[in-house]
Design a binder for this molecule. Structure first.
Ligand SMILES: Cc1cc2nc3c(=O)[nH]c(=O)nc-3n(C[C@H](O)[C@H](O)[C@H](O)COP(=O)(O)OP(=O)(O)OC[C@H]3O[C@@H](n4cnc5c(N)ncnc54)[C@H](O)[C@@H]3O)c2cc1C
Length: 398
């Protein structure tokens, strides 16, 4: 067995954990203010969520102007909804332009504030050589590991008996592998709906398991993005009223979805549920049409799995060759950030938006606002400004 190797690295500037859009943008904003940083990521590339854990047909759900990172617009030739490949290219160009070079394969296993020294001690395991650990020590810690760090994997009675593969949507790339197969897609969020659409396009036979309720909105209405309409209305109306308008418009453009087996939440509008609980409304890009045409079956929750399929909550049985869990993700901050109560047990800042970006003792968070990439950008700018002020004070003392 190889002997454990460990080393210590002094970081002159903030330690940023995560090299997704949040980590890259805060490092770029810091750099612009003359503050160096060290960015750590457990993956072997930037934006690993986008590069490694998303399906091929994915495009940004929101219009491009709501997804730009600070200081760099998308190239003019990009479409309104850039593809995943275009988004990743944009992120790579963003990192290159700012000179951000993350240290990859560094999985942070613990971070703790050392009161006596007034410094953060961040331990990272080398993913390629698990016996090798590094302790990074620095004055500031920026948490940028994202709201989607770990998969949510529900357990089903009888899962061991099920004859086919059960996988998470993080592993799904394209429906080709499922051609001709009966697939149970568990979950009716954006990913669940889009995977059903993709399965149809590749000649598979999807059934979508809908357990709870969900807001479904058209992505566009008469050529105008629904999200843009919401942002515009929020300038004049309170959120509750904007939600009421959105629900009305959805009803007008999409019709009665209850008849298709998709219930709207009884309490809370689409924006309110997104902000308060992170429940993203579905922006329909064609799955509803496939449900209406009968190509996607909507079925209730799963009671248990058996060898050839699933028994549902209403007692019916559906045959299935494969199960895909489009059941979402969760934050992993509580697993590695020790001795701080800045984050809740669910891994979100305790203080509500827009104040959740700054904690005690040089602790910061970027990208936990439940507001997607626009939340990432607003956090990154504030965090970089704040640290730059401290940095300035410290360097001018020397
Ligand atoms: C399918 C999908 C589509 C989406 N589409 C949109 C959209 O169109 N518009 C929008 O605004 N938002 C969208 N989002 C939300 C999305 O989360 C953000 O766009 C964005 O990826 C958030 O960036 P982030 O850097 O905060 O998190 P991430 O992109 O998840 O990056 C976090 C990084 O931290 C790393 N990490 C995690 N734990 C550790 C650890 N312990 N040690 C070291 N590194 C670690 C990960 O490897 C990862 O690279 C989408 C999300 C999904 C899942």
């Amino acid at each position: 067995m190889a002997a454990a190797a460990s080393r210590t690295v002094w970081v002159n500037g903030p330690i940023v954990v995560g090299a997704g859009p949040a980590g890259l943008s805060v490092a770029a904003c810091l750099r612009e203010r003359g503050v160096p940083s060290v960015v750590l990521d457990r993956a072997d590339c930037i934006a690993s969520l986008w590069q490694r854990r998303t399906y091929d047909r994915l495009r940004l759900h929101l219009p491009r102007r709501f997804c730009e990172l600070p200081g760099m617009p998308f190239p003019a030739h990009y479409p309104e909804y850039p593809t995943k490949r275009q988004f990743v290219e944009y992120l790579q160009a963003y990192a290159d332009r700012a000179g951000v070079e993350p240290r990859f394969n560094q999985a942070v296993t613990s971070a703790r504030y050392d009161e006596a020294a007034g410094l953060w001690r961040v331990r990272a395991e080398d993913v390629l050589a698990s016996t090798s650990t590094t302790e990074y020590i620095g004055r500031w810690l920026v948490v940028a590991t994202g709201e989607n760090a770990e998969r949510v994997v529900p357990e089903f009675e009888g899962a061991r008996d099920f004859a086919g593969p059960v996988s998470h949507v993080a592993e799904y790339k394209c429906g080709e592998a499922y051609r001709g197969k009966r697939v149970l897609v568990v979950g009716c969020g954006n990913s669940g709906m889009e995977v059903c659409l993709d399965l149809c396009d590749h000649g598979a036979l999807p059934s979508m398991v809908v357990r709870g309720s969900v807001h479904v909105l058209p992505r566009e209405m008469l050529g105008v993005a629904t999200f843009s309409v919401a942002v515009f209305l929020l300038r004049f109306l309170p959120l509750r009223l904007v939600d009421a308008v959105l629900v009305l418009l959805a009803r007008l453009f999409l019709g009665d979805l209850e008849r298709l087996g998709i219930r709207r939440p009884a309490c809370g509008g689409p924006l309110q549920l997104k902000n308060a609980r992170g429940r993203t409304p579905v922006l329909d890009i064609g799955a509803l049409a496939r449900i209406r045409s009968g190509h996607v079956r909507v079925v209730p929750g799963i009671r248990r799995l058996f060898r050839g399929g699933a028994e549902l909550q209403d007692g019916r049985r559906v045959a299935a060759d494969a199960v895909i869990l489009a059941t979402g993700y969760h934050s992993n901050v509580p697993q590695w950030l020790k001795g701080s109560d800045f984050f809740t047990e669910e891994g979100y800042p305790r203080v509500a938006f827009p104040h959740g970006w700054k904690g005690e003792s040089g602790l910061y968070s970027v990208g936990f606002t439940r507001r997607g990439l626009s939340g990432v950008s607003s956090d990154a700018v504030k965090v970089a400004q704040d640290i730059a002020v401290e940095w300035e004070k410290q360097t001018s003392k020397r």
